[in-house]
Design a protein around this ligand. Structure first.
Ligand SMILES: NC(=O)c1ccc[n+]([C@@H]2O[C@H](COP(=O)([O-])OP(=O)(O)OC[C@H]3O[C@@H](n4cnc5c(N)ncnc54)[C@H](OP(=O)(O)O)[C@@H]3O)[C@@H](O)[C@H]2O)c1
Length: 278
């Protein structure tokens, strides 16, 4: 299979580049310098020339605070980009994998969210990502739209931030009233490979199993690494950010459970695995 990965230098792009690099697969790895997904002409030219069977869109504007300051730019990358890939992909018969986020929900509930719960994004990031989902769904029926959360892998992420802070600090303050599920790119990519193999199209939630607060996440990182540092719990109010964070955005992988089976690991297991590969 010929596979185009956009945003291939990002965290998930790097992991998928590894996991899809098997057998007969031929990979086309691009990032913004090679293929700017916001430019419809560029996308059409690239797809007509290279004719992939599968497009995996890992490109996104993932800085939720910066999205708040520049909605139009976030919209171009998170909505117009996926639209271009979906429609130009449809024209050449390609399938599309598109990645979305827990930020499509308002995070005000207290039970885990399935694919059938109502969306209500509160931020520019969440709104533009939801538009991206809708455009992909409408423009290419052969879609896999996968919502994930609290992602870490090869790139900048919370785990790296905590480990870096521990080098120069004796204590860190971490928010203890926002709940979600840390998810490694390795676990997410494993599921994407399976969905594609089975041609199991549709909308899926995919996070690791279980839930925690950012404070509990930080404690577990330091426990696994044997780092002696004080982790001080704090409230969202004590740590104001430009973009509102969801209080509770634990996703339930309901469509995976109901179709192919949920093969994701518990979040602590996935974290241990990640931290054992420096
Ligand atoms: N990170 C999380 O916690 C998280 C949580 C839930 C969902 N997600 C979703 O998961 C997906 C993967 O996230 P990630 O953490 O792997 O993201 P990432 O590390 O930020 O990677 C995104 C990549 O897209 C590239 N890109 C930006 N604009 C582009 C454009 N116009 N054309 C082509 N490439 C462009 C970026 O390049 P530059 O770096 O040069 O801008 C970067 O290499 C995204 O859809 C994200 O919304 C992430």
């Amino acid at each position: 299979m010929k596979i185009l990965i956009t945003g291939a230098n990002g965290q998930l792009g790097r992991e998928l580049s590894k996991q899809f690099n098997v057998g007969e697969n031929q990979l086309l790895l691009t990032d913004v310098g090679d293929l700017n997904i916001t430019d419809i002409n560029e996308v059409q030219l690239y797809l007509n020339k290279n004719r992939p069977d599968l497009i995996i869109n890992c490109a996104a504007h993932t800085n939720v605070d910066k999205c708040e300051a520049d909605f139009d730019n976030a919209f171009k990358i998170n909505a117009i980009g996926p639209k271009n890939l979906a429609s130009a992909g449809f024209a050449i018969g390609a399938e599309i994998v598109h990645i979305s986020t827990d930020y499509v929900f308002d995070g005000e509930g207290s039970t885990s969210l399935t694919e059938f719960d109502g969306t209500n994004p509160q931020t520019a990031y969440g709104k533009t990502k939801l538009c991206g989902e809708e455009l992909v769904r409408n423009l290419n029926p052969k879609h896999y739209i996968i919502r994930t959360a609290w992602l870490y892998g090869d790139g900048n992420n919370f785990v790296k931030t905590m480990l870096n802070l521990s080098k120069t600090n004796n204590s860190v303050k971490v928010v203890n009233d926002q709940f979600g599920t840390p998810t490694s790119t390795a676990e997410l990519a494993k599921v994407i490979v399976k969905l594609v193999k089975e041609k199991n199209y549709g909308l899926f939630h995919c996070t690791c199993k279980g839930q925690c607060s950012w404070y509990e996440f930080a404690k577990e990182i330091f426990r696994i690494k044997g780092i002696d540092i004080e982790v001080i719990p704090c409230s969202t109010e004590e740590y104001p950010r430009p973009a509102k964070r969801p209080k509770f955005s634990v996703l339930r992988n309901y469509m995976l459970e109901m179709t192919t089976g949920d093969i994701t690991a518990e979040w602590k297991e996935a974290l241990k695995e990640y931290l054992s590969n420096p």
